[in-house]
Design a protein around this ligand. Structure first.
Ligand SMILES: [Ca+2]
Ligand SMILES: [Ca+2]
Length: 369
């Protein structure tokens, strides 16, 4: 694209070419006139050389003068034209310089404007970005504002409810204050009564502790009595059940007198089969009791010297300390290693052969004392 500077330069070149052409035309015009005048003078000289030599010097002189005048005029005209052209050239040059200066100024202004335009464009982009950001922030703030407005409405509602509740509580507080004052007026009397009641309560508490201790003791005794009662009932039931089977009771033990007769060993085995053993007689009371149960019949008891002659030992492993031997017994007459009792009208023992068959008496511990 052709710039303004290029157009200006072309216009100056065109102007300069026109001036050169005009000068060339003027020069050719003057030269043609000069040559044309000189050709006429040569023809006159060739054709009328005789006339010129003879007397036409006046005409030649006139022509010469005329030519000189013409030359002078031409010089004046040329000088005038050159002067005018010089003035115009200077004017054009001055104008050209002014235009060049204006062009430079305009170029500089254009560059400044371009720079300003670029800056403004950049600022505009920045402003557009800022505007977008501000728009987004504004939307967010609008959303926050709407949320805060909704929360504010909710808080306002809550505040109104709380205010109403506060008024109700204030009313209740006032009523309670009145009641409190009334209660305080009677508090003194109640305090005195309370002190008296507390004193009574302490006494009652002591009595209650004492009674509680007595109650606990009674309860323990009651429990013990209940246990004893249960034990007695259980033992009584056991005694009754054994009594129905022919057993008899004495001091926590029961005794059974057989209906048939066996040797000492068979008799002991029968007692073991009944959960008992042959009777161990270690007291007068038991001796008398057993003899009474036998009704004057002889029966095996649980003592022998079968392991070692002369060393009598009970079936429970205890040694023989309390003895109720009849007079002269034990005499081991014919290898007698087992003992019997229940002689008619004789409350004593006799040693006898163990293989003899006779009645026996069993003893069972029913319960421990
Ligand atoms: Ca013996
Ligand atoms: Ca004997």
């Amino acid at each position: 694209m052709e710039t303004a500077q290029d157009k200006y330069i072309n216009s100056n070149c065109t102007t300069e070419n026109k001036l050169d052409k005009q000068n060339s035309k003027n020069t050719l015009f003057l030269s043609s006139n000069l040559y044309e005048g000189m050709s006429v003078d040569e023809d006159d000289q060739a054709t009328h050389s005789t006339r010129r030599n003879l007397g036409l010097n006046i005409a030649w002189r006139r022509y010469y003068n005329l030519t000189a005048v013409c030359v002078v005029l031409l010089c004046v005209i040329l000088l005038t034209v050159v002067t005018v052209l010089w003035v115009k050239y200077n004017d054009l040059n001055t104008e050209n310089n002014q235009l060049q200066t204006s062009y430079n100024n305009l170029t500089m202004q254009k560059e400044q404007l371009q720079t300003s335009y670029n800056n403004l464009t950049m600022q505009k982009d920045q402003l557009q970005t800022s505007y977008n950001n501000l728009t987004m922030q504004k939307d967010q703030l609008q959303t926050s504002y709407n949320n805060l407005t909704m929360q504010k409405d909710q808080l306002q509602t809550s505040y109104n409810n709380l205010t109403m509740q506060k008024d109700q509580l204030q009313t209740s507080y006032n009523n309670l204050t009145i009641e409190r004052d009334q209660l305080q007026s009677t508090n003194y009397d109640l305090s005195r009564e309370k002190d008296q009641q507390e004193a009574k309560l302490k006494e009652l508490t002591k009595e209650m502790i004492t009674l509680q201790a007595r109650y606990n003791n009674m309860t323990n005794k009651s429990d013990q009595l209940q246990k004893e009662k249960d034990t007695i009932q259980m033992n009584l039931a056991a005694i009754v059940s054994h009594f129905k089977l022919g057993w008899r009771y004495l001091n926590s033990k029961i005794y059974y007198v057989s209906a048939g007769k066996k040797t000492w060993s068979e008799s002991r085995q029968d007692c073991r089969n009944r959960g008992a053993d042959l009777a161990v007689i270690n007291s007068r009371e038991k001796q008398d009791f057993i003899v009474n149960q036998l009704s004057n019949s002889r029966a095996w008891i649980g003592v022998s010297d079968r392991d070692r002659e002369g060393v009598w030992k009970w079936v429970d492993g205890t040694p023989l300390t309390t003895k109720f031997w009849c007079g002269g017994e034990p005499n081991n007459a014919g290898e007698e290693d087992c003992a019997e009792t229940g002689f008619p009208n004789r409350n004593c023992w006799n040693d006898r052969n163990c293989e003899t068959e006779e009645t026996w008496i069993c003893e069972k511990v029913l319960f421990s004392n």
